[in-house]
Design a protein around this ligand. Structure first.
Ligand code: PNW
Length: 459
């Protein structure tokens, strides 16, 4: 049986707004997601994260379930507005206490906390008063908030992720308007992304300058699908490469090479902001590891400037800027998100990252799938999810065998939760959640995952 490296990190992941609930208690301030959910029509069935999984009150039970599964690490996020209700200035000690207790409970269970500082729930005050990520001032507010977290939690937290998926924040939040703050534009995404990158780098600088003695690691998690050329033509190969550059190199090139990809500069012209020399220096090298969230694969073809759909399933970015048209293979199975299950795409993407960025240590900080799971006689038989994880984890093993420095893998998600604009119908969890009673039940996939951890193998 082929095994993962001895020190491979097996984990699960969640995010604050998707699981915590307790939206306005113990001094928490409102976030842009609290407010976005109140707008009619934005969220399926008008659902909200007001209660979600009520993890705020059930975290001990949840940590026990994680312990039962044998995970070595748990990735969660801090709700900025819970610890700083208006995003700056005053600190809410009750919010600090919650995360402090959560961290202590994890350590007691022998589980390493991996903390994301920003998983999209921006304090509403920063949106209304500062225009959110369109305003460069945000970069300093974020660094101050990060400083607070390092100061209060860094004695116990040794793994930090500054931002989760700035691509989603920029494209879905400022381009397509389907996620908070709900803006639609073809230039704002590039400005928001620019400020997000600078904010990330400033937070990392604070960590390295002031908290070096904590001896932790810090990085950023970007999301990217794989893009496979539709045909062997030179045009389609270039289109697939261009699509990956607009998706991932947009954020990873500044971090590993100090600037945006050439192809983006050429095509976007003044819509793409420029970094100062000082900013380039600060951003280059600002990640101790490559955090990757990966879900699916699509074919990419050169669109020859023809009119096309703005996006396929939302994840094409601003496709007219790329001249890429995306499609699926009819033979691919798709999940409830309509995302195709293509494990070899994961392997190809890992190798693409390794080659382009000189073999960084990579952690898959999210990978998973949604299915319409049902609880029957106290059990959930999510065989499709078992097959999904087995396929993707085997692809990871192959990538490692071929030299990719993949150091860990976090399943998205620990439990069913609030799937943003899709509400609660799209179940991603290894644990089933009954959203009436809030009862948790390990699915078949949770049992499979536990065995995989024990064997340290997906085979
Ligand atoms: C990620 N896309 O979101 C997030 O980090 C999670 O909070 C979320 O629950 C999970 O993936 C499943 O959706 C994404 O359009 C949302 O490419 C959209 C896309 C990718 C990731």
């Amino acid at each position: 049986m082929r095994k993962f490296p001895e020190d491979f990190i097996w984990g699960t992941a969640t995010s604050s707004y998707q699981i915590e609930g307790a939206a306005d208690i113990d001094g928490k301030g409102p976030s842009i997601w609290d407010s976005f959910c109140t707008i009619p029509g934005r969220i399926a069935q008008g659902e909200t994260g007001n209660i979600a999984c009520d993890h705020y009150h059930k975290f001990k039970e949840d940590i026990q379930l994680m312990k039962d599964m044998g995970v070595k690490a748990y990735r969660f996020s801090i709700a900025w507005a819970r610890v700083m209700p208006t995003g700056k200035g005053e600190v809410n000690e009750k919010g600090i206490q919650f995360y402090s207790d959560l961290i202590d409970e994890l350590l007691k269970a022998g589980i390493e906390p991996w903390v994301t500082l920003y998983h999209w729930d921006l304090p509403l005050a920063l949106q209304l008063e500062e225009d959110g990520w369109l305003n460069k001032n945000m970069t300093d507010y974020f660094a101050d908030y990060a400083n607070l977290c390092f100061d209060r939690f860094g004695d116990r937290v040794k793994n930090w992720i500054t931002l989760n998926e700035p691509w989603v924040v920029s494209i879905l939040g400022y381009g397509q308007g389907v996620f908070a703050p709900g803006r639609s534009s073809n230039s704002e995404p590039y400005l928001a992304a620019h400020n997000l990158l600078i904010a990330h780098a400033k937070a990392v600088a604070v960590y390295r300058e002031n908290y070096g003695h904590q001896e932790g690691q810090i990085g950023i998690s970007n999301n990217c699908d794989w893009r496979e050329p539709l045909t062997n033509s030179e045009e389609d190969k270039q289109a697939a490469e261009r699509a990956l550059e607009f998706f991932l190199a947009w954020f990873a090139d500044p971090v590993y090479k100090g600037d945006y990809p050439e192809v983006m500069k050429e095509r976007l012209k003044e819509r793409l902001p420029e970094f100062t020399e000082e900013e380039k220096k600060m951003i280059k090298g600002s990640s101790d590891f490559f955090g990757l969230n990966h879900y699916t694969t699509m074919y990419a073809a050169n669109s020859n400037g023809e009119q096309q759909e703005i996006s396929v399933n939302g994840n094409g970015g601003i496709s007219e800027d790329q001249d890429v048209s995306l499609s699926l293979d009819k033979s691919w199975n798709v999940t409830l998100m309509d995302w195709a299950v293509v494990p070899w795409g994961c392997k190809k993407l890992l190798k693409w990252i390794s080659n382009r960025y000189d073999q960084p240590n990579i952690y898959i900080t999210e990978n998973g799938c949604a299915y319409p799971d049902k609880l029957v006689d106290g059990k959930v038989n999510d065989q499709e999810r078992v097959d999904f994880y087995q396929g993707y984890l085997k692809a990871c093993q192959e990538a490692i065998d071929e030299g990719v420095q993949l150091k860990g893998y976090f399943a998205w998600s620990f439990m069913d939760n609030f799937e943003w604009a899709s509400g609660y119908e799209k179940r991603f969890g290894l644990h089933y959640v009954d959203f009436e009673t809030l009862e948790r039940v390990p699915k078949k996939s949770a049992h499979w995952f536990k065995e995989a951890i024990e064997k340290n193998s997906a085979e």
